[in-house]
Design a protein around this ligand. Sequence first.
Ligand code: ADP
Length: 363
Amino acid sequence: MKNDNKYSKVLLALNNYLVFFLLAAFLITCCTMLFVTVLTKTLGITLTEDNLAVAAKLTFANVVFLSAVFTLIDGIRRKLTVDRPVEQIRQAAQKITEGDFSVRVPHAKPIADLNYKFNDIADSFNKMAEELGSVETLRTDFIANVSHEMKTPLAVMQNYGTLLQAPDLSDEKRIEYAKGISEGSRRMADMMTNILKLNRLENQQIFPQAAEFDLGEQLCECLLQYENVWEQAGIELETDIAEDVRVKADEELLGLVWNNLFSNAFKFTEAGGTVSVSLTADEKYAIVMVKDTGCGMTPEVGAHIFEKFYQGDTSHSAQGNGLGLALVKRVVDIMQGDIGVESSVGAGTAFTVRIRRVKDDVA
Ligand code: ADP
């Protein structure tokens, strides 16, 4: 491989020399012929054969010398403006292939116009390396998070499994430990379902099946599933749902959004608190607000809640896996809607989702 490189370099140098030789030969021959014509015709000087032979030799020597000088100058120019930046890009690409995404191509000093073009390539290359680096960080973070999230329920299940093996266990204890195991496996199953859903949404393997339906009806149906939850937790539910607000969306995907927002609202609200759900509509959008008088969150927590595996409130971490709102955000984005959150610690939280509606006259 190295020898091939050497030969091609020698061949390239010879080729350049030949080009310059032909160019110099042409130019110098033309000049010499012009000079001889001026001497003989205009000034009437006759040249002897010896004079002509010397002139021919000098001309040839000039051609050889000038071609060598031009080839050298061109070689240096090529090295500075082409070979060096190309080699830097090649080395950086090699490092990226080896998994080092921190590599950056430096800008070349703008000696020639070509350097500006190489600097543009270097900029694009550096941007690509940066993007690849952040994708890699996300990937490793994701694996670390999944492993961490799996460890907790696994450890709990292992613990209960060991306890269950004890002889002369009372019925009460046996049921308690068995419940612990099924709770742990439910958590793991929930997490896997969410990861798979998110993954499919992010890889666009889920193609939303848009159909028209009444959003108010869907909200009521979803809320009814939580009847036991709010009754047992002693939470009051208030609803204000406008009639005949229709949307054209994937009903199942949108159901994920309401389920996650409702379960969070009930989860983060203490007994005696209130959860209110409202549906209103303006010219273009259906607006759903899920508001609670729960623990609320700080602006720092609020800034991260849509990130995968983020859990701001660790006291409820066992009841979730930090994937719910990441899923919600992804679904709302796919539906080209938007979601916002307003919250203050101790006062409560309000999530507002806006989705394009289908107007009555269009329906
Ligand atoms: P999880 O399933 O663990 O609750 P989510 O993605 O649904 O994960 O929520 C992420 C974080 O957002 C929660 O850990 C919590 O800190 C915050 N959060 C979400 N909803 C509420 C809410 N209604 N009130 C207070 N904090 C909330």
